[in-house]
Ligand binder design. Structure first.
Ligand code: SF4
Length: 470
């Protein structure tokens, strides 16, 4: 992927920006969630689960939905509570869900990746973390060297949490930071002195959890280029292995509390783009590799290795490693990526719990991919992860027919790609290859949208589904 943005690119980006402002998917899946079928049949879920892990490896995701207070930018599925009874009931339910799921699976893959997200997984007490970890590893044998990672909120994660995580074997910790500026923190209802982030980073490393990631968000209220520079100064002082720099998604139809942000407090598309471009230049100068749309990793980090090996993956966790390994997910709203099938669990905590404690699968939404969907998914993933489409590279994985069809897809898209070529965002080759330029990296979502055969399906009667792409 090209990353060498110049001052001139900044000028060009600002000039062409109005042509690309609009809403669009983030392509954490293809087809995207709004296209999936509601009331997906549990029998279909069971069929896909029975085939999961055929490769001998599996990745497990667990959604822990609890948070102590609501961050006003947040559009995640979370339950704000201080009631200790809820996590207890959740742990009983997720244990049953693990048991039922394992019983449906006909293969016995080794678990090569565990990720706990939320919500706030460290809302659980250390003993509860240990219990959930045991519930998981009792059902799924861990492969040596498995990546075991967790998202943590520095405001609630204590030294004894870190000790327990280290004892369980967690080897990557991902800290929610978002922004360090007091005005932004006040507006988003997330007061987090940087000292908490620093102390937790130091504590994790001291306990042997070497791999540390930070999550930041640009496009939040009151952010300026200068204020975000100071956030970058602070986080770079701790030398994280990985940084995710997400675009704030203003999706008030999902996250009603976002309506509290005065529109005038939010940076517009031009400022958002300037903040992002400046961050890309600063982070690459600091030695990080720019991964996909919004991740940065040190050269020795696994994400950089996956980029080089062509195994970078884009899914609901953002960018991750181990493309081609099925993901089985647990907890309310969690999404599984099974052979040829996506499935999302029931979102409501009580509704999910009620189903799984009856030893059923809490199947909610899902989608079975057609051959064309699978081909377009490969193509869109190549754009989002590698920044290029080389039809010959698909021949080995998908067969010569699919590779030919992909070359044809690119050829058919030429008229719609023409403005992108003219603006210097994309280069096309006679072989059917497509390459995204360094400037084009800022418009990956819009380029991928050209190949999305379902965009029209997602929107009938629903004017607002996706966030702004810039
Ligand atoms: S941002 Fe994280 S801590 Fe804040 S409400 Fe959302 S899930 Fe909870």
């Amino acid at each position: 992927m090209q990353t060498d943005l110049t001052e001139r690119d900044l000028d060009v980006a600002e000039r062409i920006l109005p042509r690309y402002v609009g809403a669009g998917p983030r392509y954490t899946s293809y087809p995207t969630v709004p296209v999936w079928q509601d009331a997906f049949p549990e029998a279909e879920h069971r069929r896909a689960l029975a085939r999961a892990g055929e490769s001998g490896e599996i990745s497990l995701y667990t959604h822990v939905p609890f948070c102590r207070s609501l961050c006003h930018f947040c559009a995640c599925n979370r339950v704000i509570t201080r009631d200790p009874a809820l996590p207890e009931r959740y742990l009983e339910a997720v244990d049953r869900e693990l048991e039922t799921t394992r019983a449906v699976m006909s293969h016995s893959p080794r678990c090569v990746q565990i990720h706990w997200g939320g919500g706030t997984p460290t809302h659980l007490e250390p003993a509860q973390i240990e219990r959930l970890f045991r519930s998981t590893t009792d059902r799924f044998a861990l492969a040596p060297g498995a990546e075991i990672s967790i998202e943590v909120d520095p405001r609630v994660t204590r030294e004894d949490h870190v000790a327990t995580l280290a004892d369980c074997g967690f080897n990557r910790i991902s800290l929610g930071v978002q922004d360090t500026a007091p005005a932004t923190q006040a507006a988003i209802h997330r007061i987090q002195p940087f000292e908490q982030t620093r102390a937790l980073t130091i504590a994790a490393r001291a306990r042997g959890i070497e791999r540390v990631s930070f999550d930041l968000i640009y496009g939040l209220p009151h952010q300026t280029e200068e204020s975000f520079d100071r956030t970058l100064d602070a986080v770079l002082s701790l030398e994280p292995d990985r940084l995710a720099l997400y675009a704030y998604a203003h999706v008030t139809w999902i996250a009603k509390q976002q309506r509290g942000f005065e529109r005038s407090d939010l940076p517009g598309p031009r400022l958002r783009m300037r903040i992002m471009m400046r961050a890309i230049r600063r982070l690459t100068l600091a030695g990080y590799r720019y991964i996909g749309m919004d991740h940065f990793a040190k050269p020795a980090d696994e994400l950089s290795g996956a980029l080089d090996a062509g195994t970078l993956r884009r899914n609901f966790m953002g960018y991750t490693t181990l493309d081609g390994v099925d993901v089985v997910a647990f907890g309310p709203s969690a999404i599984s990526e099974l052979p040829g099938t996506y499935v999302q669990a029931e979102k409501d905590l009580a509704g999910w719990g009620e189903v799984v404690t009856r030893d059923r699968l809490a199947t909610h939404r899902g989608y079975v991919l057609s051959a064309e969907d699978a081909r377009r998914r490969a193509l869109i993933r190549a754009i989002m992860c590698q920044g290029e489409i080389r039809p010959d590279a698909f021949a080995a994985r998908l067969g010569p027919d699919a590779a030919r069809a992909i070359a044809q897809d690119v050829k058919s898209a030429r008229p719609r790609l023409a403005p992108f070529v003219e603006d210097g965002l994309v280069e096309l080759k006679d072989s059917g290859a497509l390459r995204v330029t360094a400037l084009g990296r800022l418009f990956l979502r819009q380029i991928a949208m050209i190949f999305d055969a379902h965009l029209g399906d997602a929107s009938p009667g629903k004017p607002a589904i996706y966030s702004q792409t810039v």
